[in-house]
Each structure stands twice: as structure tokens, then as C-alpha cells.
Write a protein that binds this ligand. Sequence first.
Ligand code: ATP
Ligand code: MG
Length: 450
Amino acid sequence: MEYALDPGALALLGDLERAGYRAYLVGGCVRDLLRGERPHDWDICTSARPEEVLALFSGETVVPTGLRHGTVTVRLEHRPYEVTTFRVDGTYSDGRRPDAVRFTADLKEDLARRDFTINAMAMDAAGRLYDPFGGAEDLKRGLLRCVGDPSRRFQEDGLRILRGLRFAAVLGFSLEPETARSLRQTRDGLRRVAAERIQAELSRLLPGPAAGAVLRAFPEVFWVFWPELEPMKGFHQHSPWHSWDVWEHTLRALEAAPPDLALRLAALLHDVGKPACFTRDRSGNGHFYGHPARSASTAEEMLRRLRFDHALQARVVLLVERHHLDLPPQETLLRRRLRQLGPEVVFQLLALQRADTRGQAPEIAAPRLLELDRAEALARSILAQRPCLTLKDLAVNGRDVLALGAAPGPAVGRVLQSLLEQVSEGALPNEREALLSAARVRVTSPSDSG
Ligand code: ATP
Ligand code: MG
């Protein structure tokens, strides 16, 4: 088999080999090549010691990224390549990182420290594969299997627990039974993993095509850092609108949501406040009054704990809080929503409502989905007319209002805001003369002077 190897990586392998060292592509890039995907970065492992790598590439930009762990970054044509000396990891006393590493001349020892068989393969510059743990076979069969004893490997480094689920979600692979059993059993090891690392893995896991299946199969792993999810499982809704419990509804909504992190998080968390808001009426029907606000405050706390960036937190909380917002295929109202929330949020809410609907009883979903399609088409046609949505789009500005004799200060903003509302709802054309005469009336009317 011929693989398209990156020219920069090939040049580095060639230089190392000519200097008498052994050198291979390793890890994610080999896995991606075998799957027929273009690798996003090219890691190299070598028998050369870090100081030898630094000396050999002293003509290039070299950064001693992690000398203690044997890693040197070489920049070629502005691309970074990580070159790491073959190594064996020492004992793990913190459940996350080896206390010390020992360099070795043996490629197989280096591959043995890696997490999963599909990540424990190396390839030389001629495209020859080194695969002592059966990674290629597991890749073909769609299996994630730990290198060595799974329970020991997960205990050494708790991050591998979530890496395993991330690869399962992204690649759609299953976990080999012993790997799956140990992963569940050692899940508490995640408590020793930094919030930022959990967040980074989760951010890649959730948009994955098999994210729903992974959450369905391993919910207890996610409860370690997000215990708020646990009450959803098995929570019966007692409602003709719902065929499933809160958790299964949530997973179906997540599976129906586009593979975008904010939307997947919003789908996962939109009903997290439901169990706390449950009541039943006299006829036995279940209700969850106030759950969007409750879900939003719980979601905010959960996202903050994992240190998601502020803009993403704010967006997800907004989507969760407004997930029931009325967005009918009705022009005046949609114009107002577009102005108040901005087009991006309106389209995300429509996508979230579509996902939420697909997680409900199928017989009520169909007409609701049609209505959401119509609302989205209408919102698009409104936007195609380049409507006036913000003060910047208005044909007059603050200086114009001041020139009419308005007192400097907040009154100017109020006049502009009122013009914007009238224009966006079609009551006024966005034309300078029309806006000036409307503004003149407001400026001279005493009720508006304060
Ligand atoms: P991707 O880059 O797509 O996330 P990757 O497998 O390349 O996937 P990296 O984090 O770039 O992941 O790690 C490179 C390689 O280092 C992995 O393929 C694996 O062999 C090894 N590795 C990374 N993290 C661990 C870990 N926590 N435990 C053991 N080996 C690891
Ligand atoms: Mg990588």
C-alpha cells in the first residue's frame, strides 16, 4: 500500500536515518493514514536522544518542548513536528503523569506505553508498518483495545478513560469487552484529571457521530464530573408528548442535533433541570414548569466547573434557557426575534428545537418539524432582503438625532431604538427622510424628553 506521507515529516525521518538513528512516524498519524484520512499532525519517534535531536536540527527552529519527556519540536516551513525519543514511562503516582521516563533503544517498548492498539503503530519512511499489538486488525474491526492490561493502564492515567470514549464517539468504534469493563470500573480515576483536560476531550467527543451511543453505553463515566446528569436516567415523564424517559429523550435530541459543540452541549443540558421541576396534575399528567430556567442555571454551573470558555458558556446557557422560545413561521415575530437575538442564535434555536422535537413521541413530531422548517425558510427569506437588524443598519445615526435638537444623552439612544423597532417590523421604511420626520416628532414630544 502506498501512503501519501508529509514531505516535512519525510525530510526529518531522512535526516535522522542518515545520522545513524532509527526514526518512525507514530501514533495518531499512522492510525489516520491506515484509515485513509489525512493526518492533522505528524509525530515522530526516534532512537536519538533529545540533545542529539537538538544538535542535528540546530539549523532549523527547534524548541525543547518537553525535554524531560524526550520531546523536541522542529519547525519546518512553519509547521511544527514533535520528535520524541523512544521511551518507557516510569511509575504513575498521581494517576495522570509518569513520575519519570527512561529512554530506550527499543521501538516496541515505546509503542507499549501508548494507550490503545490503534495508537500504538509506527511507520518508517518507506511506508513499512510496525504493529506489535495488532492495531491494524483492531482498526479494521472497529475496536478500541488497551495496550496491555486495561485496568492498569486506566489506573496509571485517568485521562485515557475519556480518550477511549472520545475515540469511540469520533470513530464510531466499539470497546473491546475487557477494555470496556475496566474503563467503567476505574472511572473514578477521572477525579484526578484536570478540568481543562476533561473539557478538551469532551469538546471533541460530543460532536462525534457516535456521541449519543457512547453516552448511552457509559453514562456513569460522565456522572463522575457531571453528577447532575444522573437523575435524568430513568426519570419517567408521564406525558403523552414523550415516549422516553428524560435521559433517553436527551440522547435522541443530542443525536439529532448538528455536530456542533454549542448545539450538542445545549441538547445534552436542555432538560437537565427537569427532574427538579417535576409535578403531576389531577389526571396524572407530568409537568416540568420552569425547567428551561432551571436547566440553564444548572448548565452554567456544569460548564463553569469544566472551564469552558466564556463565550461558549454564555451561548449554551442562552440556548438552554430559550429552548422553548416561540419561533413560529410568522413574519413580524420572526423579524423581532432576529433583531433581538441576532440571526446566528435564531438559527441555533431552530436547530435545537428540531433536535428536541425529534426526541419526542414520533406521532407529534412530524407536524412540529414541518412548522420548524417553514419558520427557518421564512427567517432565511427575511435575511435575504438584508433587513435592518441593528442600529448600525439604520439610515440615520446619533448625530442626525442631535441635529434635530435632542438633548445629548440616553434620549438619543431611545429615539434610535424606537426607529429601529419600527423599521424592522415594517412600520417605517429605512429611508433617511422618513426616519428624520419620525425622529423629529419624538424629539419634540415632551413625553420623550427624559
Ligand atoms: P489526535 O491527535 O487525533 O487527538 P492522537 O492519537 O494523535 O489523536 P495525541 O494526543 O496527539 O493523540 O497523542 C499522540 C500519541 O501519543 C497517541 O496516538 C498515543 O500513542 C500517545 N498518547 C497520547 N496520550 C496518551 C496517554 N494519555 N496515554 C498513553 N498514550 C498516549
Ligand atoms: Mg495527534
